[in-house]
Write a new protein. Sequence first.
Length: 131
Amino acid sequence: YLGSGKYDYGAGVLLDKSFSRLFTYINLNTVIINKPNFLNELDMKNFIMSGMLALEYCFTNRFSAGAQGTWNSTPYPTTGTDPLDNQAGEMALGLNYQFTVNSNWRLAVVENVFADSTPDVTFQLGGNIKF
């Protein structure tokens, strides 16, 4: 009911390069979208774009720090509301620690760089355990 009833299609490219203990990542994506039925009244582009640039420095085999910038376009250029009309961008800083081969921990802070479509500041704490 909320969707268009059709498939959306996307493609992306992720490039990564390491320089000793420094790792770099670049990602670009596009998604071709079909307008959802419940948004018939809004003007809408038929695609969105997103990208990411990240750096990670490994201090040891278990401990690293990273910085990441993300951006995405909006499919709604003419609504008159900032959260829908403007592109979104975020910057993140984080720490990673691997306790064992099967478990790790992450701490990050994410800042909204521009637009009202993402939270102003986000704090993240998480971990993984592999079984």
